[in-house]
Design a protein around this ligand. Structure first.
Ligand SMILES: C[S@@+](CC[C@H](N)C(=O)[O-])C[C@H]1O[C@@H](n2cnc3c(N)ncnc32)[C@H](O)[C@@H]1O
Length: 173
């Protein structure tokens, strides 16, 4: 998969349509701060990282991707974020280091998402074309899997041609 995404990195942005990020942006709009440290998982060329900065202008935003060519494009296109090469199944970040871990058209690795989120932190899973998205997980299934890991505050949001799920790690008592 890494090689496949490396090959298409230079043309990835030409494959996007105007509403590709609509569900992701709508989901970010549902989140209440403070969001200071945010992660875009499977960032590709960094469009999601840029959307987080637009929504939370003072946040430090990191994008992580397994494909080096995607990271190279993201660094050129989105200088306002930091980009790191890494595998979402073994994220190169400390436990509880982010207030937000967001995913656009990305395979969920829920144990890692839960690990890197602080208590009270938020997660987003957006799929640009709903069930037609090449990487697609039914919102009900995502919700059940997140519930098993203690997440709460679910919302399912439709926007553009897509859908997004928002959830939260419970805050400490
Ligand atoms: C369908 S693209 C989505 C890119 C971007 N989020 C967007 O919506 O335009 C999926 C991205 O996830 C990356 N990816 C796939 N598996 C990964 C993994 N295990 N860890 C990190 N990134 C991964 C790919 O390299 C690719 O850039």
């Amino acid at each position: 998969m890494r090689r496949q995404f490396d090959r298409i990195a230079p043309v990835w942005d030409t494959m996007r349509t105007e509403d590709t990020l609509a569900p992701y942006q709508a989901a970010l709009g549902r989140i209440s701060g403070p969001i200071q440290h945010a992660l875009d998982v499977g960032t590709g060329t960094g469009a999601g990282a840029r959307a987080i900065r637009e929504r939370f202008p003072t946040a430090d935003v990191v994008g992580v991707d397994v494909a080096p060519a995607m990271i190279a494009e993201a660094r050129k296109l989105v200088p306002e974020a930091t980009f790191v090469e890494g595998d979402a199944s073994e994220l190169p970040f400390d436990d509880e280091s982010f207030d937000l871990a967001a995913h656009s058209n990305m395979i969920p690795f829920l144990n890692e998402t839960a690990r890197v989120l602080r208590r009270g932190g938020w997660t987003v899973f957006a799929f640009s074309s709903g069930p037609e998205t090449p990487i697609w997980v039914e919102p009900d299934r995502l919700r059940k899997e997140l519930e098993r890991r203690g997440f709460t505050d679910f919302a399912e949001i439709s926007a553009g041609r897509g859908v997004a799920v928002v959830a939260r790690r419970p805050a400490p008592n």
